[in-house]
Design a protein around this ligand. Structure first.
Ligand code: ATP
Ligand code: MG
Length: 158
């Protein structure tokens, strides 16, 4: 479906903000322009749910989570940044592999299967986008993804 991404994203963040504890702060930096994306809402909701729950799961007390959505040429770019434990540089690409967890002992106490980001990558690639992460151990992690924007034509034009 054709979805206005900024308000969709805002609502997803609202849902997490209602349920989160007071120990993490949410900061939104969202485009004030409308951005239209052709997407499966349920699938992109699943992608965002996993990225945001990871950000919360690995955040320290008092940490901030930053949400950004902007357009770059013909792409929408979404970034979700936490101030959590981060991960070593050589693992930052592996977190998108099935069942990969950075630290087995840490992962065990955190729960989960290690599938969330592998599914997210499949969904984003099925939408012709890209997903990747940047991280610094002890500093935090940013997960970015892009999705193609629909051209800003009026209805009736082709
Ligand atoms: P699931 O999502 O299936 O419940 P999971 O969260 O462990 O399990 P993924 O979401 O695929 O699995 O993440 C894979 C691994 O990447 C995690 O186990 C964790 O080690 C690491 N990781 C993901 N996001 C972050 C983050 N924001 N900060 C630090 N480590 C992260
Ligand atoms: Mg996860």
């Amino acid at each position: 479906d054709r979805v206005e991404f900024v308000s969709f994203f805002d609502h997803v963040i609202d849902r997490f903000e209602m349920n989160k504890n007071e120990k993490v702060e949410f900061v939104r930096n969202l485009s004030n322009k409308n951005m239209y994306v052709w997407m499966d809402k349920d699938k992109i909701t699943q992608v965002l749910d996993n990225i945001i729950s990871n950000a919360i799961k690995y955040s320290p007390e008092g940490g901030s989570i930053r949400f950004s959505a902007h357009s770059t040429k013909k792409q929408l770019r979404v970034s979700i940044t936490d101030e959590g434990i981060g991960m070593p540089p050589d693992t930052v690409d592996k977190i998108f592999d099935r069942f990969y967890r950075v630290d087995k002992s840490r992962a065990r106490e955190m729960g989960g299967t290690g599938l969330g980001l592998a599914i997210a990558r499949e969904m984003i690639e099925a939408h012709h986008g890209k997903i990747w992460a940047e991280s610094r151990e002890g500093k935090g992690t940013t997960v970015h993804f892009t999705l193609p924007l629909m051209s800003q034509k009026r209805r009736g034009q082709s």
